[in-house]
Design a protein around this ligand. Structure first.
Ligand code: TYD
Length: 216
C-alpha cells in the first residue's frame, strides 16, 4: 500500500441512531447529481473476505470472543475493504464516502470496551497502511435520543435492556469525544438532533467547502 492516494477520503461517524447512514446516502446522491465521481461504501461493503470476517464477529454463538480478537477482526475486515475498494477508488481520483472507519473502532473497542484508544489505533494504522480520512463528519446525538430513534423505528418503548445499552452508548459517546479531541484537524461535529433536512444541509455545506479546496 505504498502508492500515493489522489482522491478525497471522507468518513462519517456517530452513535447508532444518529442518522449518519441516511444523510451519507443523500450526500452521495447530491454529489453524484453534480457530476462528482463518488464512491459510497461502508465496511465490510460486500467485499467477500471482509464479509466472512464480519460473519465471525457478529455470530451470536461466539459469546466467548475476546475483546482483542474482536478488535483485530474489525481491523482485518477494514484492511481488506480498504485495500480492495477504498484505496483503488482514491487512486483513481474519486471522492470516497465511507460510513464508519477507524474512529468507530477507537470509540467502541478502544474506549467503550476498554482496550485503549492508543492500542486500537496502532493495529488499525497497520491495517490501512497509515492512511487516514481527509475529513470526518461526526453526527452528534445524545445516546438516549439515538436509542429512542432506533426504538421508534422498531415501534416499541425503551425497555430495561435498552437502558443497559444506554450505559454502553454513553461510553461510546465519551470515546468519540476523546477521539475528536485527538484529531481536531479532520473532525467536524454536526448537531444531529436537528431535523434530517437541517442535518443534511449542514453536512452538504461542509462537504462542498472541503471539495472546493480539493478541486484546486
Ligand atoms: P454498522 O453495521 O456499521 O451499523 P450502523 O453504522 O448502521 O450503526 O455497525 C454495527 C455496529 O458495529 C455498531 O454498533 C458499531 C459497531 N462497530 C464497532 O464496534 N467497531 C467498528 O470498527 C465498526 C466499524 C463498527
Amino acid at each position: 500500500m505504498a502508492a500515493k492516494k489522489a482522491g478525497c477520503f471522507i468518513t462519517v461517524e456517530g452513535a447508532d441512531g444518529s442518522g449518519k447512514s441516511t444523510v451519507i446516502s443523500l450526500l452521495y446522491d447530491y454529489l453524484h447529481d453534480r457530476g462528482w465521481n463518488v464512491l459510497l461504501t461502508r465496511e465490510p461493503g460486500g467485499i467477500e473476505i471482509a464479509e466472512k470476517i464480519r460473519t465471525i464477529i457478529l455470530n451470536p454463538e461466539h459469546t466467548q470472543m475476546d475483546k482483542r480478537t474482536e478488535a483485530l477482526l474489525y481491523a482485518a475486515a477494514r484492511s481488506q475493504h480498504f485495500a480492495e475498494r477504498v484505496l483503488p477508488a482514491l487512486q483513481a481520483g474519486k471522492v470516497v464516502l465511507c460510513d464508519r472507519f477507524i474512529d468507530s473502532s477507537l470509540a467502541y473497542q478502544g474506549y467503550a470496551r476498554g482496550l485503549g484508544i492508543d492500542e486500537v489505533y496502532a493495529i488499525n494504522r497497520f491495517a490501512v497502511g497509515d492512511y487516514m480520512p481527509d475529513l470526518t463528519l461526526f453526527f452528534d446525538v445524545r445516546p438516549e435520543v439515538g436509542l429512542a430513534r432506533i426504538n421508534a423505528n422498531k415501534g416499541r418503548e425503551i425497555n430495561r435492556l435498552d437502558l443497559e445499552d444506554i450505559r454502553f452508548h454513553q461510553q461510546v459517546q465519551e470515546g468519540y469525544r476523546l477521539v475528536r479531541e485527538r484529531f481536531p484537524e479532520r473532525f467536524v461535529t454536526i448537531d444531529a438532533e436537528q431535523s434530517l433536512e437541517q442535518v443534511f444541509e449542514v453536512a452538504r455545506t461542509i462537504l462542498e467547502e472541503r471539495l472546493q479546496e480539493f478541486r484546486i
